[in-house]
Structures are given as C-alpha cells and as structure tokens.
Design a protein around this ligand. Structure first.
Ligand code: ATP
Ligand code: MG
Length: 435
C-alpha cells in the first residue's frame, strides 16, 4: 500500500492493540464533522487505513466538543494529494497533507510516523528534530511516538472500533495523564511535553501519574532550551483554554516555572489575577493576548507604581516597557500587542493615582480604557484599598460627559466628502454625424 517515499518501517513495539468494538464505547460517527467522515471513507475505500486520531478521539470519548479533527492514515502525503483535489502539502518540520473545505475549514491528514533508530539519524545533529518527525511507520509505532496515552487512541472508520495500543482507554476511564514510555526519556526527547502534561491535567481535570512529577523533577531545567515559538504556542493555548492561572501555579509548584519563564515573578498576586482573568473570560469570547501579557506583569508593575505615584507618565511608560520587554522579546510578541499591553498597564497606573491628571477626558474617552478598568478590577480583589477608586472610575467612564454623543463624534470625525458622483441616469446621447 505504501509507495517508496522515504519509507522504512522498523520493528513494531511488542504486543497487540486492545480493540474496543462499537457497542463498547460511546463515540458515534454522528459526532464527527461530515467532511471528515467523507475523507475517512474515501481513504478506506481506496484501500488505505483511515483513523480519526489524537485529541478529537479523546474529546469525543469524554463527551467534549473537539477543537478540530485529525486523520491518520498509511497513505503517504503524495498519495493523499492524488486522492483529494482540495489537498495541499505543508510543513518543513512536520510534512502533512491539509484538505481545504468551504468556509476555510481545514482537515489535517497525517501519515503514520515512527521513531527512527539511532543508526538512521542524519550526521548533522541540527537535522535530528525534523528527521525524527518525518519517518513514516505503522499505526502501532505512530501510537507509541505520541505524548500521553489518552492522546494516542484511534477510531477506525472501517468497523467503528477504538484501537488502543497504549492503554489509553483505561487511563481515560481512570481520569489520569500518563506518559507513553519512561517520562524522563520522553521529556528529554521533547521538554515541552512537561508543560503539556500540566495543561491536560488542568484542562480535563485529570490526575497526573506520579511518574510525571518525578520526571519533571529531573528534567525541568531542559525546558529552557525548547524553542520559544513552541512554548509561546502552548502558552497561548493556556490563555485560550482559560487555564493559565492554574497551569502556571502547577508549573511553579512542580519547579518547572523558573525554567519555563526565567525571571518571571510568579507571586501569588500574579497567579490569582491570572486565575481570575481565566474565570472572568470563560465566555466564548476570543482571548486577547495583550490583556494576558498585561495581567501577567500587572502585579510587578503596580508594586513599583504604588511607591512612585508622582512620576510623570513618560517615566511610567518606560517602566512598563522595561517590565514586559524581556518577555515580548523572547517570544517575539508583535509590536502592536506589546504596545497595547503597555497601554493597559499605564492605564492601571492612572486609575491608581486617581483623578485630576492631564488629559483625563481623552483618557476616559479612549475605547481601551474600559478594558484597562476590567483588568484593574481583577487586581482589586487582592487589593481592596483601591475599591473606592474603581467605583469612581467606573462612574466617570459611564457618565454622559465622557461618552461622546453622536454629534460630538460627527464633529470630531467629519465624514469624508465623497468623490464627485456621476450624474444619475443615462449619459447624454452623443450627437449622430447626420444631426
Ligand atoms: P487540542 O485539543 O489542544 O488540539 P490535541 O491532543 O489535539 O489537543 P495537539 O497539540 O493538536 O493536541 O496535538 C495533536 C496530537 O499530536 C496529540 O493528541 C498527540 O497525540 C500528538 N502530539 C502533540 N504534541 C506532541 C508532542 N510534543 N509529543 C508527542 N506527541 C505529540
Ligand atoms: Mg488538536
């Protein structure tokens, strides 16, 4: 079935999978996106293995709505492309086929992978990471290269069974996060897995296998060498899933945090604030990264401000910059996001200092000021001394004087004069030569 496309299978890990037939599990085809079902069926009809894999199987078995659906197959990327007209191949680090459906819906179809043997590795060690990601393998090998047992379950479209090579079903039932293989070995291979373990434990409200804690004890420092882009991706996931406070607290308790975010002062104030932000924004509204960055550093910033309430705004701006700059530089945070985070911090300083500063009206009318007040109110829960100020600012923002009336908005933003309009109706008829 597999073409000669960078393929060598190596040996399968010993043992046989546990097959859970359709009438022994709750995952139904109806819960799967219809386009994904069509893709699975087309692969299957053409003689390839076609499995739903990864997070979507885990989430459906838990009765959650998956974020997306991933497909695993023994068809190579080139074979997949030949099978689907809406397919394009992407990824330098991890080559995979992506199918595009109307509404910009994307479905990833990945060829089963395996760990290459040491003797197969390229000589240049810098190429190892990419190489390891791209050696095709059998479904069993693919399951064993995944991170946690609950993330390695397959749903087989040919008979609707769950294929479990790693004991994931048992862990799902016991509500437990367990690493596939030996945690220190798997963490050394990819230190980001330590953060992912904490993330899934909080997200799913699962217990961590004690071996994970011991593994983190031994390997925590290795995460400092992980790619900032990948760490940022995981951190954004924490904010998006509204679990940043809880996960960073666990990271602090397990000793991972000082290596994950070197220099970040995760005091109780900061972690409480993040947790409140997660709870407050539990609604489906998308997460705003500037708000998250400002929330992470508000406590440190306010500790400085409280002792320096008479500084000029430019000095406060510089301080805010100094505080968030190392984080933004390390994670290559876009300038606009950094600017917004800094403005949120400086607005909190204005709130703390009280009314009467220059430019107050403009400040109150700024559309971002209510968001800053939201942030300051979250901080207030641990600092009741600013409760009165918050009440004042809330009133000031809502007052009709501050809220620009329609006339005032018009006066400030006069409508651009339209381009000269064409006269209505038909253009005048050109005189005929004989007229
Ligand atoms: P989410 O709902 O956040 O998307 P997910 O389990 O689908 O959860 P992804 O980051 O999308 O997580 O990864 C998809 C799958 O790829 C995982 O379920 C897991 O099997 C595998 N995977 C992801 N990251 C790693 C890793 N660092 N090491 C091994 N396998 C991984
Ligand atoms: Mg996913």
């Amino acid at each position: 079935m597999i073409e000669n496309e960078n393929l060598s299978f190596g040996a399968n890990p010993p043992g046989e999978p546990r097959i859970i037939p359709r009438d022994h599990h709750c995952l139904s085809r109806k819960q799967i996106d219809p386009d994904v079902v069509k893709v699975l069926y087309r692969l299957h009809r053409r003689g390839y293995l076609a499995y739903l894999v990864g997070g979507s199987v885990r989430d459906l078995l838990l009765g959650h709505q998956p974020k997306d659906f991933d497909i695993g197959t023994d068809a190579t990327p080139a074979q997949i492309r030949r099978l689907f007209r809406n397919c394009f191949l992407i990824g330098r680090r991890f080559r995979l086929a992506v199918l595009r459906f109307p509404g910009n819906k994307l479905v990833e179809v990945t060829t089963f992978r395996r760990h290459p043997g040491l003797d197969e590795m390229p000589e240049n060690s810098e190429e190892h990471f990419n190489f390891v990601q791209n050696v095709f393998g059998s479904p069993r090998q693919d399951a064993f290269r995944r991170d946690f047992t609950i993330n390695a379950l397959f749903y087989d479209i040919s008979n609707f069974s769950i294929v479990d090579h790693v004991g994931g079903m048992e862990d799902l039932e016991a509500r437990r996060i367990r690493v596939i293989g030996d945690p220190p070995v798997r963490f050394r291979e990819d230190p980001v897995r330590m953060l992912r373990a904490l993330e899934f434990a909080v997200r799913l409200d699962f217990a961590l296998d004690p071996a994970i804690g011991k593994g983190i004890d031994r390997c925590a420092s290795l995460i400092a060498a992980a790619s900032p882009a990948r760490i940022r991706e995981e951190l954004q996931g924490l904010f998006q899933h509204k679990i940043s406070g809880k996960v960073l607290r666990q990271a602090r308790e397990s000793g991972l945090l000082p290596h994950l975010l070197p220099g970040y002062q995760a005091d109780n104030d900061s972690l409480n604030l993040l947790q409140r932000m997660d709870e407050k924004t539990l609604s489906p509204q998308p997460f705003n990264e500037a708000f998250g960055v400002a929330a992470m550093f508000l406590s440190t910033f306010m500790a400085f401000c409280s002792a320096n309430l008479n500084l000029r705004i430019t000095e406060i701006l510089n301080k805010a910059n100094t505080i968030i700059d190392p984080y933004c530089r390390y994670f290559s945070v876009a300038k606009g996001i950094k600017h917004d985070a800094r403005e949120l911090l400086v607005s909190c300083y204005r709130f703390a200092r009280g009314p009467g500063l220059r430019g107050e009206k403009r400040f109150l009318r700024n559309p971002n000021t209510p968001f800053a007040l939201e942030l300051f109110s979250l901080w207030e829960k641990d600092h009741p001394e600013v409760a009165e100020q918050i009440a004042h600012w809330r009133q000031a923002i809502c007052s009709p004087e501050t809220k620009p009336t329609a006339e005032k908005i018009k006066a400030r933003h006069p409508r651009r004069s339209r381009r000269k309009q064409r006269p209505q109706g038909r253009p005048p008829r050109k005189p005929r030569p004989n007229e």
